[in-house]
Design a binder for this molecule. Sequence first.
Ligand code: M6R
Length: 602
Amino acid sequence: MCGIVGIIGNNNAKDILIDGLKKLEYRGYDSAGIFVNNGQEDFLVKEVGKIKELENAISSNVNGAMGIGHTRWATHGKPTVENAHPQFSEDERFYLVHNGVITNYEELKNTYLSNVKFASQTDTEVAVQLVSYFSKQGMSTLEAFKKTVNLIKGSYAFGMVDKKNPDEIFVAKNKSPLLIGLGDGFNVICSDAMAMIEQTNQFVELMDKEVVVLEKNSYTIFDKDDNEIQRNSYTVDLDPDDISKGTYEHYMLKEIDEQPAVMRKISESYFDNNDDVKVEEKLVNDMAQADRIYIVAAGTSYHAGLVGKTLIEEMTDIPVDVKVASEFGYHMPKLSKHPFFIFLSQSGETADSRQVLVKVKELNLPTLTITNVKDSTLWRESTYQMQLFAGPEIAVASTKAYTAQIAIQAVLAKAVGEKMNSQKAKELDLKEELALAANGMQSMVDEKEMLKKLAHEFFINQAHAFYIGRGVDYDVSLEAALKLKEISYIHTEGFAAGELKHGTISLIEEGTPVVAFINDPNTSEHTRGNIKEVQARGANVLVISNEKYKQDSDQIVLSSINEMLEPLISIIPAQILAYYASLERGNDVDQPRNLAKSVTVE
Ligand code: M6R
């Protein structure tokens, strides 16, 4: 989704902005732009498409010590140069970049800006035209900016420049992420620390409805009540090498390959020297007292939550509901008496999940965020935190975060279950299982050539496909289908194997690819029956089974671990099949069309 960068006090502003925007590319975007000022002249360059195209459009005379940059993921208005950011006021004095959605932009336009000529279809332009409008009424730029953000409803992260005073960048945020970074003689803004980690590792978090005036050697924060406040920086521990592709052609393949190492890292981080599971005691106590656990998440994280439900229910006996964040917040069911909320999110920034967290906090209920990104919004705003330790995940299609989320939920379930004297929790040798999972993942990762051929055989030239399974295999089918559809653009459904015959089987025709998971001890025979049903109607079936339930004709055989944790291994071939299907179809594997990595609008 949209990404913001900005810098003040560094003569190399243009290159730093471009480099920062490249680091934000993973978030997904369809156009980009920069504004740079050198005290005498200013330069605005915007392009549709990739940052490479923006870079090519920037002439060599563009230079300056301050500027703002943006990657836009279109919401209001098509991806065009006019709609790309920075947006500017009619008099071309104010330039602004925005991440978020201004929900009352039409009302503001009608109330204040009926005489203004708009150059774009964006909601964003209203903000910059409003600043100009108030400034023309005699307000200082800061007053006009504050007045504007006070009128705006919805979500925003803003970086704004006043050409008449290029010594300041005006910053504000509400719901959308934005950080300030502190350098030696310069300061920066960014949607994500990753964008500026090569400039500084000192960042200052911003709270909703705060306004900041950023200068090259200082920053002034005003809270939501307009009081000037102090806030210190914190250190972001991010190695720039972790965000490089290394020798890989795509981040996605690198991240798939990293999964065995992530399992080992989780083991090291969450077990002590006696091999006892290590989770914050207060969190364990709080969760053990819950009468129901709600897992709230979106997309792949939601699918990981489905696997987590089985793990937590089996090991703690506490009932678990897994909820899609965008639905739950606005249609909250009647909650149990002592609920406990778990937010699962790779990025820790997903707006759909965050709006639920805000509501749950208002009810004073305990919350845990399990995320890959320490100090992200969900991390900061929840009662408890657990880190995924998966390392930066850059490809839009989530892979290693999914398996890490399952592993961390297993750690949590074991810790809480042991606290509650659950026999199942005590008996599960989770450290050993994670080691087995790492080995099983590695065996699949080593089968890329075979999986590449299968991807060709099953998915090339197909418009539709199905993944089916029962129990946790059904949970994995949902994630496997999401992987295939989001990067190959083949319409793919994940289905409960037994449910197909109740309607959806009518879609099966000669050659339809159906991938079946057979790892569930209670239902492997039933799923075999369902395979026969679709084969009888012409389906081309690919079976992913584990060594306990395999048959000679099964194309992919996994090593066997505790059945609740089998998804850690069974998802790997599906991720690799999706990767090769996408590659063979000539798609952009890491940045599939229409998608964003960090979905910061509702
Ligand atoms: O950062 P989050 O885990 O909260 O993101 C939620 C979804 O947007 C995300 O899992 C999405 O479904 C994946 N990129 C799909 O691979």
